[in-house]
Design a protein around this ligand. Structure first.
Ligand code: 9PG
Length: 502
């Protein structure tokens, strides 16, 4: 039997179809099942697509255009979105989707449960589908910001909210990338004294190899000394790890092949690509892997780290053969809960490359877009919204600002530096504005790279948190100033040509 409920939004009729009874709740309808349909009459309107993980393309795109997704790059697709459910011919996203009803009104369909929920749209119907039959959905319609807020609140009421506070973060990634060592960081840490940063986070490059989380040759004094150097300078010590993956050359992959998630041919499954290589995922349903992760994080906390940027975490939620046959979303959730138990509630957990929904309630902060870069965009990969660049980072982050009730929304770092940057003043100001809107403040600029005006700008950024009010989809008031991202996000500004890398 099919249950139906009709309602109207912006003067247009919508009808929900479900195999299970439809329950009316405050601000919407609740539906249970592995599929739900909402017929609409908005035609070729804009569709809100939410990508699966931190880096996945997210935002509004007309149904008349080609779907928002990663094109012509299967390696990037596997790393930066949900390759298992990707469909080049459909407007389809993960967990939540919406349609623009006009006049500031939207129709939203969002999942309240794990089980790989997806939302797709055509000019006639908004569809929810999932792997599990007990998935709960909400349909809500009305004012755009109120509808997103209602959905966000329903999710938090089921998944909780981690409440750690990061303060301002200095991260080594966007200045030195992997080229870090203890001497170089000592100079940076010295320079940061007197600036009101809370965390100095050492990014990728400290470890011997991805998978083996021991200090590499650039850190002969070891991790305990590194944490002490940071803590003694008055900052919390932060560390980057990708604890659920390993490169094929790592000790963990070579000595424990049985720890790896397997593919259908019973070979170690390729979980993604980076560092000029493919890499594997750990089977976190195994007790020995669980023990390995618990010991790893307990020891890192013991050494003095109290902030972790956990990266490439989506690999723990890929489809694959594991020792237990639970749904991949549950596998992931269990793994991050285990890490949370090991580090305790005083430690700040920032997720990057994480599935957005399954991370709610465990991570204190989550990266909501692809990597920023000191240039606006790269014309070589215009059809890949997941690549590094200021445009991609800003477009995703602003489109996910409504996730603030779930965790701190990390839009990635601000570049204050003029040197080693192709961003002009506008580009820099947009990054500053996004960071102020999100409230998550970070940079990678060593103080020694800044001229005196840039140092003043950085100090002002750290000292000042404007009152933020969202006025429209892409419009905000920061204290008395109105910032409008519309022309930038919709790519309707000709004058940004100068900031493109060609
Ligand atoms: C360290 C970096 C930084 C950065 C992270 C992450 O889709 N991709 O192929 C992809 C590769 C790398 C990447 C993001 C996406 O960078 O976001 O801040 O920590 O790892 O290696």
């Amino acid at each position: 039997m099919t249950y139906t409920t009709a309602f109207s939004v912006a003067g247009e009729l919508c009808t929900i179809y479900s195999d299970n009874p439809i329950e009316q709740i405050d601000g919407g309808y609740l539906i249970t099942g592995n599929s739900v349909r909402v017929e609409h009459s908005f035609g070729a309107t804009k569709f809100y697509r939410n990508g699966w993980n931190s880096w996945s393309p997210t935002g509004w795109r007309s149904l008349a255009e080609e779907p928002l997704r990663i094109y012509d790059n299967p390696e990037r697709l596997l790393t930066a979105d949900d390759a298992a459910t990707d469909d080049p011919n459909r407007h389809l996203g993960s967990t939540v989707g919406g349609l623009d009803a006009g006049n500031g009104q939207i129709l939203l369909l969002g999942a309240l449960s794990l089980g790989a929920p997806r939302v797709g749209a055509t000019e006639k119907v908004l569809t929810g589908e999932a792997d599990e039959s007990a998935v709960q959905w909400v349909v809500a319609a009305g004012d755009e910001r109120q509808v997103f807020a209602r959905y966000a609140e329903l999710v938090s009421s089921r998944f909780g909210r981690a409440r750690g506070c990061s303060g301002a973060v200095w991260s080594s990634w966007y200045s030195f990338f992997e080229d870090i060592d203890e001497e170089r960081l000592k100079v940076v840490i010295d320079g940061l004294k007197g600036y009101s940063f809370d965390v100095v986070q050492v990014d990728d490059g400290w470890e011997t190899i991805v998978g083996d989380w021991v200090a590499g040759s650039g850190f002969p004094s070891g991790l305990k000394q590194l944490a002490s150097n940071i803590n003694d300078a008055g900052f919390r010590a932060g560390l980057w790890l990708a604890p659920l993956i390993c490169l094929p050359e790592s000790d963990v992959a070579r000595l424990h092949p049985e720890w790896l998630v397997r593919d259908a041919a019973d070979k170690p499954m390729v979980a993604g690509y980076n560092w000029n290589s493919h890499y594997y995922a750990l089977d976190t349903t195994r007790e020995d892997v669980q023990l390995h992760l618990t010991e790893l994080f307990e020891s890192l906390v013991e050494l003095g780290f109290s902030y972790f940027k956990l990266d490439f975490m989506y690999a723990g939620a890929l489809e694959g053969r594991r020792s237990a046959t639970v749904h991949r979303d549950t596998v992931y959730r269990d793994a991050i809960e285990l890490i949370r138990r090991a580090v305790g509630h005083e430690t700040y957990l920032l997720g990057s490359g994480v599935p957005m929904l399954a991370s709610v309630g465990v991570f204190d902060g989550v990266r909501v877009g692809p990597d920023v870069a000191p240039y606006w965009d790269n014309t070589e990969r215009r059809r890949d919204r997941s690549g590094p660049g200021a445009y991609n980072s800003i477009a995703n982050s602003i489109s996910r600002i409504w996730m603030q009730p779930w965790y701190d929304v990390d839009p990635d770092v601000v570049f204050f530096r003029g040197r080693r940057s192709l961003l002009d003043d506008r580009g820099r100001q947009l990054l500053i504005d996004v960071a102020q809107i999100s409230g998550f403040k970070s940079t990678s600029d060593p103080i020694g790279w800044l001229d005196s005006a840039e140092k003043v700008m950085l100090r002002d950024f750290l000292a000042h948190s404007p009152n933020v009010q969202q006025l429209g989809r892409y419009r905000f008031r920061l204290d008395q100033r109105v910032v409008d991202f519309t022309d930038y996000i919709e790519n309707t500004r000709e004058d940004l040509e100068s900031m493109l890398v060609k």
